[in-house]
Design a protein around this ligand. Sequence first.
Ligand code: PLP
Length: 389
Amino acid sequence: MISSVLPTYNRAPFSFVKGEGSWLTEADGRRFLDLGAGIAVNALGHAHPDLVAALTEQAQALWHVSNLYQIPQQQALADLLVEHTFADTVFFTNSGTESCELAVKMARKYWYDKGQPDRTDILTFSGSFHGRSSAGIAAAGSEKMTKGFGPLLPGFVHLPWGDHEALKAAISDTSAAILIEPVQGEGGIRPLPDQCLKGLKALAEETGVLLIFDEVQCGMGRTGKLFAHEWASVTPDIMMVAKGIGGGFPLGAVLATEEAASGMTAGTHGSTYGGNPLGCAVGIAVMKHVADPEFLDGVNRRAGALRQKLEGLVAAHPTVFEEVRGQGLMLGLKCVVGNAAVVQAGYEAQVITVPAADNVIRLLPALNITDADIAEAITRLDAAATAVA
Ligand SMILES: *Cc1c(COP(=O)(O)O)cnc(C)c1O
């Protein structure tokens, strides 16, 4: 008999009842060190006092009014995002996949309004992940996500990841935009080298094709910059954000330049919940921490310490791990043995990691993880690796 919860996930048998910083308490009382942060969502750890205060204060005042009215919290969060990024304007969503929907619509509408309605193709890359909506799965294109869900939304061109010549050859007078994650998350923590991002930008400028960055996982301080593309000193026309921006509250956003957003006039897009007072109150509290250069310096320092210790772990367990990769606190351990076995051994050592494609386990800890918790993480990962070996 089917479970009352639609069984689309293979869930680990844990029911966490409390979270504090980088720690989760299971119903039976065991404490787990959380290096997954709800898949890069709990950017400030669990139950950060500022986020709890922002949410509870807003909850006592007003939850929801809809976008038929002014929402001061939404305005304030949009102002903050515009102040700290390439963007001139922001639309709020509730998830990454909704951000993907708008990014695709915005790019197509841009060309339609420019009198080039045939420019509808979105160029995407192998190993990418853009969410589970019809546009999201069509964008990723992998059989794992699309099989059985046809007919797929047309207008996506799939290209090999990191192959500049293939991309160059694929750009035509039907190309609307290039859609890429600066660091692939689900695809196995694969950072696109800065040179490649620079090359993409040059190609986009040459051909007029819009550049959409999916920073749903790699954004919001995860790599040690507010957004990952800042490392390469290039900017997109449109950017998808979600996960970390709400620190655990469902919140997403699409950021864009005035030019790229020019087709999105009143009535062209909407969301009942997007940008509601609760989500935006929390988003403001998250931004106040994560956009602070001192906080980002701390992320880079912690990332350096964790990475150095992980290099030692890989060296100590060559039959379990092949390499460390990633950027900032978006790190992957490429496994020699099956990654599922390593995640499982982690559970037994009471440390939580997240599997990804390409036989990688992901470490996406809270951006404010303490030095003591970094040391404890290595102790537990070492125990897990010893058990697997
Ligand atoms: C998680 C993710 C998404 C989808 O976000 P949801 O909130 O699950 O819809 C899209 N793109 C990337 C890069 C992601 O990591």
